[in-house]
Design a protein around this ligand. Structure first.
Ligand code: ADE
Length: 337
């Protein structure tokens, strides 16, 4: 790899700690939950193997922390293929993409995270690469400019995004396989927590795993993060043994409530109730009122609040629901006007 390629690939390395890597399932069999996706994926992978072809391009979307990157690595493992990892915002120029594509070998997986953030000029190079396995690069300037078509081996692009609406239609249409990751069922989060406990070598009671799962917002990354903190409390107070009592003490100390709402969720909901009479109110106003970034609220917090029916999105803005008032023990007054 030359220095230029190195810059691009290094800059896009996933910055997760080693623990997180240890916790990642590598095969479809180990991957818990998302049964529909797993079943479909198994068929598509097997069929591509029978035909000795690269898997069709895959677009994975859904809220953060649900395992999009993990799934990309699982696909590579199941196809026995190499995976190259990049991220939308770090591929700035078409030359950056050409540098990555020139290292691709037959059947490789190219994973592009945050694919909705690819610059337009880069996207346009990607179209022909996806469709015809060629890259068209412009060489020379002005009147001597020519387009050079470089052939690529068959490969699979796996794109991931939290904002599928921001992926341009021409790019989206070039993916043959689209997967939407949904929040996990509580019983699946419980299994993930049991698996994590095993990896770390901690004993955990069933009711402790249940309580932890209940407060993990259906999100493996949250479950694993909370697990580590609960484990810290258990190490200090209970010889590392994780009981429901320790779990509740730890989660209360971390200000994670019975539905898994944290400090930002609570400030978001109370902000709308106290400053905007429960809404409707625009997201910019909420962000300014509580001092959080709009994009973080939209991508990280709102999807879960919507899914749990604590807020509604209307054409005139966000509204807090009666369920949220009840959860926060605030009297609900249905405005007549
Ligand atoms: N860790 C994170 N996501 C997981 C999943 N879906 N299955 C198993 N372990 C996981």
């Amino acid at each position: 790899m030359n220095m230029e390629e190195n810059r691009i690939m290094q800059g896009t390395k996933i910055t997760e700690d080693e623990d997180e890597l240890k916790l990642r399932p590598t095969s479809l069999k180990e991957y818990i939950g998302q049964e529909d996706i797993k079943n479909n994926l198994e068929v598509f992978i097997q069929a591509s193997n029978v035909r000795n072809e690269a898997l069709d391009h895959v677009l994975i979307y859904g809220p953060p922390g649900l395992g999009k990157t993990t799934l990309a690595h699982v696909i590579a493992h199941e196809k026995k293929a190499n995976i190259k990892v990049a991220s939308g915002p770090t591929i700035e120029r078409s030359g950056d993409l050409a540098a990555i594509l020139s290292t691709i070998e037959p059947g490789d997986i190219l994973f592009i995270d945050e694919i909705h953030r690819l610059p337009k000029v880069v996207e346009e190079v990607l179209y022909a690469a996806m469709e015809d396995y060629v890259i068209n690069v412009v060489v020379g300037k002005d009147s001597s400019a020519r387009t050079l078509a470089i052939d690529l081996p068959p490969f699979t692009l796996v794109g991931a995004t939290t904002r599928v609406g921001d992926v341009s239609a021409p790019l989206r249409d070039r993916f043959g396989i689209l997967f939407k990751l949904n929040y996990y069922q509580q019983k699946d989060i419980e299994k993930i927590i049991q698996r994590t406990a095993k990896v770390f070598g901690n004993d955990i009671d069933e009711d402790a795993a249940q309580e932890l799962a209940k407060r993990s917002r259906g999100t493996p990354r949250v479950a694993n993060r909370l697990f580590r903190r609960v484990r810290d409390f258990a190490t200090i107070t209970n010889h590392g043994f994780i009981t429901a009592l320790v779990t509740n003490q730890a989660l209360d100390a971390l200000k994670v409530d019975s539905m898994g709402l944290d400090d930002v969720d609570i400030r978001y909901l109370k902000g709308i109730i106290e400053r905007f009479k429960g809404g409707p109110v625009g997201i910019e106003s909420i962000a300014a009122a509580i001092g959080e970034e709009q994009i973080t609220l939209e991508d990280v917090y709102e999807p879960y609040l919507l899914q749990e029916g604590l807020i509604n999105r209307t054409p005139r803005g966000r509204m807090v629901t009666e369920k949220a008032y009840r959860h926060l023990h605030i009297p609900y007054q249905n405005s007549l006007f």
